[in-house]
Design a protein around this ligand. Sequence first.
Ligand SMILES: [Zn+2]
Ligand SMILES: [Zn+2]
Length: 258
Amino acid sequence: MFVDSHCHLNFPELATNMDQVRASMQANEVGHALCVSVTLDKFPEVLAIAEQYPNMYASVGVHPDYEDIQEPTVAGLVALADHPRVVAIGETGLDYFRLTGDLNWQRERFRTHIRAARTSGKPLIIHTRNAAQDTLRLMQEEGAAEIGGVMHCFTESWEVAQAAIEMGFYISFSGIVTFKNAQALKEVAQKVPLEAMLIETDSPYLAPIPFRGKTNQPAYVRHVAEEIARLREIPLSQVMESTTRNFFSLFKHAQPCS
Ligand SMILES: [Zn+2]
Ligand SMILES: [Zn+2]
């Protein structure tokens, strides 16, 4: 079975259609999904999904794109992460594309998450956009290698991927890898070792081809896996087995269910 390592099932497009979302996962051999927090405000919704469905997990964190909201603290994140259904800290990171100006608050927030992850023993889900060098620098300065994690929805260069892998991070590919204009990313997906790879949808956004522009959902992670298998000229089953094994070895607190 596949795992969708990153989705936002509490967003209204999906939350109001959970029966269809779950049936579609099953029909596409997607066994598990990690539901990722973007604000503290909505964390209870994310946790409720993970508590209701044994094949779904939660993370806790505050996304770098949300500016005027409750700021997380290390102690606060650690306390919320101390729950059996919470398997990761994030999503966190840096985004210099959506927001501009003085983004020191983003870097401070990112540091807070790395410290919380190290304290809680749960790995990081990192979002980075137009900010690769600062992202890697902060990971280094805060000792992110000690806890590891994933560079989610990866769109950076092979050099950035290599630097992250050296720090014990996995590289997660989304539906973007199926897009015709994503040639550079397709080449990165050919180079990243299978042992360091995860797959995700980031649904409800970024639906892969042939659903581009529509509402994305965890079932469509299958199309990400199919594109990676095609690019690497390997069987789909090999992508499935590697990425699922990687998911459960990174997110140690996630118990697989049959
Ligand atoms: Zn993200
Ligand atoms: Zn996300």
